[in-house]
Design a protein around this ligand. Structure first.
Ligand code: ADP
Ligand code: MG
Length: 644
């Protein structure tokens, strides 16, 4: 019996997704089956989990949880059925009428960012969840009955602007998704024909390829030939039987030696939905705490890696085959959030709640163990396959470095894995490699923070370093300066910002000589300082410059100019920074200025030159003069004089 159907409109964003999906030229339309099976398997997981606290939901003696595929060739209809948790009327509206799924939301965001051309690829990458059914079906009917309820609901739509809902009685618990498959377009290849998903061998092949590790049986009714007739008997009717298409073996429970690379890759695809693993870590911990983990480091970064809303690793926690939590943030710190995988422990109680997971010492112990093993895996990769490691680094290095900032870099175990660009080499270098290249009289690793590599490489601060043949580590990733606040030493060697304090290249004699000159030319330096007021604390002679006339130097431990700009942009109020302006005594411009000052100490030219030197030092490091209008005015005036 059904009541009258009510018509509802899709949320505007759902319409947008449906339009894209329906008109997509994406050729791997088979993803819809993976999506539906994954939803069905989720529904079984949820029921099993709910039954831990409400035993009545899953009474003994009833049919086991499972998924059933039911192709009806005659009518062009494919049904995907499960006896999982089901959906109430509200669930149907919320899940199938609005953008409920995180995947779909991300798909839409990525679409907006990357435009239409990449759409086919995006569909593959995000799956788009339930809505992918409209690639193959022009009408979809979902019958669902929620566990513990006796009224079922029917949701139906042809993927255009609206859907209908009506109450239906007599439904069994769970969900049936009924797809009215589109007819093949004229002249289309056979592989493009949506109706081929009615053929048992196609379904079998797809399940094996994509859903083999689903824990619940995925079954199909097949005809078995009639048994051979006994002598003198009439041949019997062919029989039907249920055939289970997937092996159902959770991969992580199998011994490592028995699992092939292809199986790992399939399982990864099953978990992540797209792409391939770069590294696989499959481990079984025994002893005081037993657990099994199968984790993967992906080959490519997802679009939303830096999205703060996605700061959790996609790692599920299972206890004795029951999935307790899908994105279990207690299992991995945020700086390993790119890892995808599964952890199963039989030592935890089945009814662990969210709160209990947060405080359970055993979960923390698993985390420590897993983090150590993952870092070991990365260390081995770095040692044995530099090229692949660099690929990893380019995708996830920024995230890994957050671990240093988070204070998790005991014994440099993270900083040993970091790669940097340096002033010497075009390629990536580890801090250990930089340290190895240091000469005996160097006692620190020089680093330079800059907004990008080009600005870094043209920094006047590098001049003396290069003359002394020192390799300087370029910190050009926004996270680097944060990291530097925590990374004071590497393997007992201090890291030193070359644009702060002294540059670390002077010996005792040079320093004395420089200080004597400062004292000697006190008036000249003071005149320059007066011309730029409070913008610097002091003007002095430099020994770090070779070709440039001037450079700004911060106090030891101060923020770099780049960092200050970032903090200000983020709304932090900082006192005006007072750095030192160092000028190059060997530069002809400085020499000429000094001469002029000797002749006419009050010359406005000396005054202007101070401002111009400061302004251009700021520009060199990627900043702007405090008063750009005044700076250009001075420059124009000077040009005018020179040219006329
Ligand atoms: P996702 O699986 O990423 O959440 P989907 O678009 O695949 O996104 O599904 C949206 C939601 O619809 C699911 O989160 C789930 O709550 C619900 N759903 C879909 N299929 C089923 C099903 N067979 N049984 C119960 N709930 C389902
Ligand atoms: Mg889904």
């Amino acid at each position: 019996m059904t009541t009258a159907a009510q018509t509802h409109h899709f949320e505007a964003e759902v319409k947008e997704v449906l339009d894209l999906v329906i008109h997509s030229l994406y050729s791997h339309k088979d993803v819809f089956l993976r999506e539906l099976i994954s939803n069905a398997s989720d529904a079984c997981d949820r029921l099993r989990h709910a039954a831990l606290t409400d035993a009545e939901l899953l009474s003994e003696g009833e049919a086991a949880l499972g998924i059933f595929l039911d192709p009806d060739e005659e009518n062009g209809v494919l049904r995907i059925c499960d006896n999982g948790i089901g959906m109430s009327r509200e669930d149907l509206v919320a899940n199938l009428g609005t953008i409920a799924s995180s995947g779909t939301r991300r798909f839409l965001d990525a679409m907006k960012e990357h435009g239409g051309e990449e759409m086919p690829d995006l569909i593959g990458r995000f799956g788009v969840g339930f809505y992918s059914v409209f690639m193959v079906a022009d009408r979809v009917v979902v019958d669902s009955c929620c566990a513990g309820s006796d009224s079922g609901w029917r949701w139906s739509s042809s993927g255009t602007g609206e859907y209908t809902l009506e109450e239906v009685s007599g439904l069994a618990r769970g969900t049936v998704v009924e797809l009215h498959l589109k007819e093949a377009e004229e002249g289309a290849e056979e592989a493009e024909d949506p109706r081929r998903f009615l053929q048992p061998f196609v379904l079998r092949e797809l399940v094996r390829r994509w859903s083999d590790f689903v824990e619940y049986p995925i079954q199909l009714e097949v005809e078995k030939p009639a048994p051979e007739p006994e002598e003198g008997e009439e041949p019997g009717e062919p029989e039907t039987a249920l055939d289970t298409l997937n092996s159902q073996q959770p991969l992580w429970t199998r011994p490592k030696e028995d699992v092939t690379t292809a199986e790992y890759e399939q399982f990864y695809a099953h978990l992540a939905g797209w792409g391939k693993p770069l590294e696989t870590l499959h481990l079984k911990a025994e002893g005081t705490l037993e657990f099994t983990a199968l984790t993967f480091i992906p080959e490519q970064a997802p679009f939303d890696l830096s999205d703060p809303a996605r700061a959790k690793a996609r790692i599920s926690l299972y206890v004795r085959r029951v999935r307790i939590q899908e994105e279990c943030e207690e299992l991995l710190p945020p700086w390993l959030r790119f890892v995808v995988g599964v952890v199963e422990s039989s030592d935890l109680p089945l009814n662990v709640s969210r709160e209990a997971i947060q405080t359970d010492g055993r979960v923390r112990q698993i985390q420590r163990h897993l983090v150590r093993k993952l870092l070991d895996t990365l260390g081995t990769l770095l040692k044995n396959d530099r090229k692949r490691y660099e690929q990893f680094w380019e995708a996830f290095g920024t995230v890994l470095k957050e671990g240093i900032w988070a204070g998790d870099d005991d014994n440099n175990r993270i900083s040993k894995l970091c790669l940097f660009q340096t002033s010497k080499d075009n390629g990536w270098r580890t801090l250990a490699e930089v340290k190895e290249g240091m000469s005996e009289d160097e006692d620190s690793i020089g680093v330079l923070v800059a907004p990008d590599k080009k600005t870094a490489l043209s920094s006047p601060h590098l001049e003396a370093q290069e003359a002394a043949e020192r390799e300087v580590v370029l910190l050009i990733d926004p996270v680097d300066e944060w990291m530097l606040q925590r990374l004071e030493t590497f393997d007992e060697t201090p890291l030193k910002a070359i644009d702060r304090g002294d540059a670390g290249v002077d010996d005792e004699d040079t320093r004395k000589e420089r200080e004597a000159r400062d004292e000697d030319k006190k008036d000249f330096l003071e005149a320059l300082r007066n011309s730029i007021g409070d913008q610097v604390s002091k003007v002095r002679f430099s020994s770090r410059l070779k070709d440039s006339p001037a450079v700004l130097v911060g106090d030891e431990g101060a923020y770099s100019d780049h960092m200050e700009r970032m903090l200000r942009r983020a709304g932090h109020e900082l006192p005006p920074s007072q750095r030192v302006l160092e000028i190059n005594p060997g530069h002809p411009l400085v020499a000429a200025l000094e001469k002029l000052h000797g002749v006419d100490a009050a010359s406005p030219r000396v005054h202007d030159a101070g401002e111009l030197l400061l302004g251009q030092a700021l520009i060199r490091e990627g900043g702007v003069p405090a008063d750009p209008a005044r700076f250009t005015q001075l420059l124009t005036g000077l040009m005018g004089e020179v040219l006329s």
